[in-house]
Write a protein that binds this ligand. Structure first.
Ligand code: NAD
Length: 531
């Protein structure tokens, strides 16, 4: 009998278990709604002091936390690996290296990214007007995060929200509560003031309580189904939300691609983190002229992967901590079942598994499928597992059409040796990010925006766009001619009416020449209103 991954909740508390061995790693409380509300209250109190600090002062604290993380790199990587079943080296590469980079970037650059900005007022400058924009913290930001990158996903948001001057209440996934608590532990030891970052562990009910707690924004990262529930609940409080949801990312391999490299990229993009990444390659479209060679390379590369010895008997031990392991286990039984269902449905309807196709203990063997079509769940729903279904196409238009034939739009990739052609195709794909000759990894770049279109959500994380989600832009408008009444104020008279028509015809044209023709009428109006 296949070993199954144990469930994690007992009702009153979460038991964090290693999905590979089933061993208990630790426990965390299921925080009750009234305690979530209390946490938000404490966060609000702490935020006002934090908001008056300079960016440099906030940055210093982030860098202290960063130093602690660097000193405990191995321990943290091991905790992530134990809670998720992913290889330790992958935790270091995809979660720790990326967040350490993001921390130094936002610690140093937030001041310039959020520097007050002059805003053009068009021809209103000729009336002595000017404008600028400043960026004020929102207050308390609620972050609800998933289990697949339990360290990087919430920590990135925590760092950006804090740098922007907010307090944070974080609800980590019920599958990875200890990694969530470790984030708090690091910031506590770095000296972050009490209450500024709180971690409320728990399940969906704790998340729902956070949505209804009066926070100033919810950054939700998770599935489409939960995202819809969060958006619906947030709407009733008019709490703004950013939704970073699932994907079904297409990869297009053009006839002029470097086949070997594209094949290696496909295998990493589809199977890293056992395919449990929002931006995993979930559909591959290869030009028919190179399909045989590409598929051969993909299968050979896949067969060379070393999966942890997960065994198929209860109690079998594996060691994702070993450096030479490429693939670990899946994180939850629920996710494993989805993967099994998709592969089974596809093969029953004619798909061919060239390698893999079955679970191995708490893991799933990296699987390459051909003979698939868009009627199958494996090409339509998010699989979130190590499955790479491959189809062929004839023309660039076909490829774009197939890529866009999805309710999702998170990320995509185009593989070609002709970069202009790649860019032309990339710009026609409905996705928040399209990579050319790359897959999956740009979530790890702090400077570039991340987010989706269609059912993959809305709003952005990372980059300046992500930072702007965590502040209120405030527009300050100045009338330098404070001693002159505006020409459009009361009373309306026939000369005023004439001037307003002139505004409509000439001023609104945007042309300074046209607007200057209004000068006599403006002077008449001004004289008319002189006391
Ligand atoms: P999930 O939707 O089941 O859970 C996400 C979080 O929401 C968890 O913390 C959960 O406890 C909480 N939650 C559950 N019910 C809730 C409710 N009613 N109100 C508020 N919170 C509630 O998702 P998951 O299985 O943990 O994560 C996998 C999904 O996350 C995949 O679809 C993946 O694509 C997506 N994801 C997206 C991104 C992105 O950047 N777009 C990044 C990582 C993961």
């Amino acid at each position: 009998m296949a070993q199954s991954i144990p469930a994690k909740s007992t009702g009153a508390e979460l038991i964090s278990r290693d999905p590979v061995s089933g061993e208990e790693i630790g426990r965390a409380p299921i925080v009750m709604p009234e305690d979530v509300a209390r946490a938000v209250g404490r966060a609000r109190e702490a935020q006002s002091e934090w908001a008056i600090l300079t960016f440099r002062e906030r940055g210093r604290l982030i860098m202290k936390a960063r130093k602690i993380i660097l000193g405990e790199l191995e321990e943290i990587a091991s905790l992530i690996s134990r809670e998720t079943g992913k290889p330790v080296s992958e935790a270091v590469a995809m979660e720790l290296a990326t967040t350490l980079d993001l921390m130094q970037y936002f610690a140093r650059k937030t001041a310039s990214l959020l520097r007050p900005r002059r805003v053009s007022v068009g021809l209103y400058w000729s009336m002595g007007r000017s404008s600028y924009e400043i960026y004020k913290p929102l207050g308390v930001v609620g972050i609800i995060s998933p289990w697949n990158f339990p360290w990087a996903t919430p920590l990135d948001e925590v760092v950006m929200a804090l740098m922007a001057g907010n307090a944070v209440v974080l609800k980590p996934s019920e599958l990875t509560p200890l990694t969530g608590l470790k984030i708090k532990d690091v910031f506590d030891r770095a000296g972050l003031a009490d209450g500024l970052l709180q971690v409320v562990t728990g399940d969906g009910s704790t998340g729902a309580a956070l949505v209804g707690s009066g926070v100033d924004k919810i950054m939700f990262i998770g599935s489409v189904a939960t995202g819809k529930r969060v958006a619906e609940a947030a709407a009733s409080y008019l709490t703004p939300v950013v939704l970073e949801l699932g994907g079904k990312d297409p990869m297009i391999v053009l006839d002029d691609a470097n086949v070997k490299n594209a094949a290696r990229g496909a295998v990493w993009g589809a199977f890293a983190n056992s395919g449990q990444a929002c931006a995993s390659v979930e559909r591959c479209y290869v030009h028919e002229s190179i399909a045989d060679q590409f598929i051969k390379e993909v299968v050979a590369e896949t067969k060379s992967l070393r999966q942890a010895n997960l065994g198929s008997e209860p109690g079998a031990v594996a060691d994702p901590a070993e450096e030479s392991i490429d693939i670990g286990s899946m994180t939850s039984e629920h996710q494993l079942r989805t993967v099994e269902r998709h592969v089974h449905e596809a093969t029953t309807r004619g798909a061919i598994a060239l390698t893999g196709g079955e679970r191995v203990g708490p893991g799933f063997k990296p699987t390459v499928l051909t003979n698939v079509n868009h009627e199958m769940d494996v090409m339509r729903e998010e699989t979130f597992g190590p499955v790479l279904p491959i189809m062929t196409f004839k023309t660039d238009d076909d490829a774009v059409h197939l890529a866009n034939d999805s309710v999702y739009g998170l990320a995509a990739s185009v593989w070609t040796s002709n970069l202009s052609r790649g860019k032309r195709i990339a710009e026609r794909i409905d996705a928040g990010t399209v990579m050319i000759n790359e897959a999956l990894y740009t979530h790890g770049i702090a400077q570039t925006p991340w987010g989706g279109v269609k059912q993959s959500g809305f709003g952005r994380t990372h980059g300046r766009a992500g930072l702007l989600e965590l502040v209120n832009p405030q527009h300050i408008h100045v009338n330098h001619l404070w001693f002159i009444p505006d020409l459009w104020w009361f009373n309306y008279t026939p000369p005023a009416g004439q001037l307003f028509r002139g505004f409509a015809r000439r001023f609104a044209s945007g042309s300074i020449l046209q607007a200057s023709l209004l000068l006599p009428q403006m002077i008449r109006r001004w004289l008319e209103r002189r006391d």
